[in-house]
Each structure stands twice: as structure tokens, then as C-alpha cells.
Design a binder for this molecule. Structure first.
Ligand code: HEM
Length: 267
């Protein structure tokens, strides 16, 4: 067994197929930037699935170890935008038309990460109608509880007064903010030492969301410097479409409770 055999490098390194005619120097950067992102998405999913499983089995310290790794991957993914930012509008325009309608919007793994973090959207499934395996995988993930859903169940097992309709519900539906859960987090944040592992987990989840938003923001700013206000290859409005995602939250009550604490501190 050699290094190349173990890593199947012949497959990995022969998977870059620039399409531009005549060949364009910068297309390889564009392909590798996407492929490396997809590899990291694969590991993020692997870790998040495991963390969700560990939450289900009340193994919080091990789950937090998984989330710590995810956070480092997210930092790498966010930092990685600086490489793509070296692509100028002139360079991108030399091969953009060869991408046709392909777009990161069609990334199965990215959508899976969004789903497991709780941003469920059944309308995304038809995007994958031409990829039956991907569609089945995403449909399965849509129907499964998210990381946040299983954390809420764990809170109920720990004796917190979690609203019953959050413990069992149709997981495929988008999560909506629940005032009853804010009360639970008020209790946790009101006495961190008493609820330390839960308190720490809440902060880890906020870190995950924060990192996710940083990735989205860097994507948006990189896109803006490369294509300005032009439409995306996937057909969206481009930058305005990407900007809307910055208003989304995976863990709304964890943010609501912060406002309450801040207001309580000033009253
Ligand atoms: C020149 C580089 C890039 C440009 C101009 C660009 C542009 C865009 C645009 C305009 C969209 C909105 C959908 C559309 O109309 O196509 C989008 C979505 C997306 N892009 Fe990029 N992108 C670039 C690089 C990347 C890279 C390297 C990744 C890494 C995987 C990526 C991942 C995504 C994902 C996951 C979405 C879906 C976001 C969502 O649905 O919220 N993009 N991109």
C-alpha cells in the first residue's frame, strides 16, 4: 500500500476537467476551490451526524468534541475565500459561459448541512430531481430531526420545561421560533454554573451559526467582487439572493434570549 493508493490520488487528482475552449489558466482554481469545499462539507456532515447521534444518547462531552472540529473546518472554509478572491472579473468571464446553468445552489452536501443544522426547506428537493440518490438522501435528512431538535429533546430529558410540540413534531417543516423555549434558555443563562454543560453547548451552537454566517458573508463578498450585481449561473438575482440568507437563523431562541438578558441588564 502506497500513499497514493491509500488516498486514491489517481481518482482525486484526475477529477479536474476544465471545459473552456481555448483552455483558460484560471479555471483550475475555480474547480479546485469548489472541490476542496465539497470535501470539507463531507467531513462537516460526518461530524454533525455523529454529534446529533451523541446528543440523542446524552453524550454531551463527546458531541462537543465533534462540534469543535466542525468549527475549525468552518474557519478553514471561510479563510479559503481569499484564494478565490484572486480571481478577477476578467479572468472569470473567460470561462463563465462554459459553466452553463451549474451553480453552488445545486450542492447536495451544502443543502444537507443546512438541513441538519435546522434550515429545512422542502422546496429544495425538486432541485435534485435529476439526481435520484441525492434526492433520496436529502428527503431522508429533511424528515429527520436536526441537531437543534435533538438538543431540545435532550433538554426535556434533563427536566427542563420544554414545550411538548417541540419534542415531537413533523421534522420536515421549517423550524419556527417558540417563546416557551426562550424561557428554558433564560433559566440556563440565568445560572450558568448550575447548568454548565448545557450552557456550554448553547454557546457552541451559537459559534456554529456565527461561523456559518461568516462563510455566507465571505461567499457573498467574493461573488460581489467577481460578478458585481449580475445574476447567478443558477438563475437567482445573485448578490441580493445571497444577502437574504444572512437574515436566517438556525437557533432563533438562542438569539432571543440574548436580547432578553441585555434588556434585563439595562432595566
Ligand atoms: C466565482 C465564484 C463564485 C460565484 C460567482 C458564485 C456565485 C453564486 C451565486 C450567484 C449563487 C446564487 C445562486 C445562483 O444564482 O447561482 C451562489 C450560490 C451558492 N454558491 Fe456560489 N459562487 C462562487 C463560488 C462558490 C464556491 C467556491 C462555492 C463552494 C462550494 C460556492 C457555493 C455555493 C453554494 C453552496 C450556494 C447556495 C447558497 C444558498 O442556497 O444559500 N460558490 N453562488
Amino acid at each position: 500500500m502506497s500513499y497514493g493508493d491509500y488516498l486514491d490520488l489517481s481518482t482525486l487528482l484526475s477529477a479536474q476537467h476544465p471545459l473552456a475552449v481555448p483552455p483558460q489558466h484560471d479555471e483550475l482554481l475555480f474547480i479546485i476551490q469548489h472541490q476542496t469545499s465539497e470535501l470539507w462539507f463531507k467531513l462537516v456532515l460526518h461530524e454533525l451526524r455523529s454529534a446529533r447521534d451523541l446528543f440523542t444518547h446524552d453524550k454531551l462531552p463527546v458531541a462537543l468534541k465533534r462540534l469543535a472540529r466542525v468549527k475549525h473546518i468552518q474557519s478553514t472554509l471561510t479563510e479559503q475565500w481569499t484564494v478565490l478572491a484572486t480571481l478577477t472579473p476578467s479572468e472569470y468571464s473567460q470561462f463563465r459561459r462554459f459553466l452553463a446553468t451549474s451553480s453552488g445552489f445545486q450542492s447536495v452536501q451544502y443543502r444537507a448541512v443546512e438541513f441538519i443544522l435546522g434550515n429545512k426547506n422542502p422546496d429544495m428537493l425538486p432541485v435534485f430531481d435529476q439526481q435520484p440518490e441525492a434526492r433520496v438522501m436529502l428527503a431522508t435528512m429533511l424528515a429527520e430531526p436536526s441537531l437543534y431538535d435533538v438538543f431540545i429533546q435532550l433538554l426535556a430529558r434533563r427536566g427542563f420545561d420544554v414545550p411538548a410540540d417541540l419534542i415531537e413534531r413533523d421534522w420536515s417543516q421549517p423550524y419556527t421560533v417558540h417563546d416557551g423555549l426562550i424561557g428554558v434558555f433564560r433559566e440556563v443563562y440565568g445560572d450558568p454554573e448550575k447548568h454548565w454543560d448545557i450552557y456550554e453547548t448553547c454557546e457552541e451552537l451559537v459559534d456554529l451559526e456565527d461561523n456559518f454566517q461568516l462563510w455566507r458573508f465571505r461567499h457573498l463578498k467574493t461573488v460581489e467582487r467577481i460578478i458585481g450585481q449580475a445574476r447567478g449561473t443558477g438563475g437567482s438575482s445573485g448578490v441580493p439572493f445571497l444577502r437574504r440568507a444572512l437574515d436566517q437563523t438556525f437557533f432563533p431562541e438562542l438569539y432571543s434570549v440574548r436580547g432578553e438578558i441585555a434588556e434585563g441588564a439595562t432595566s
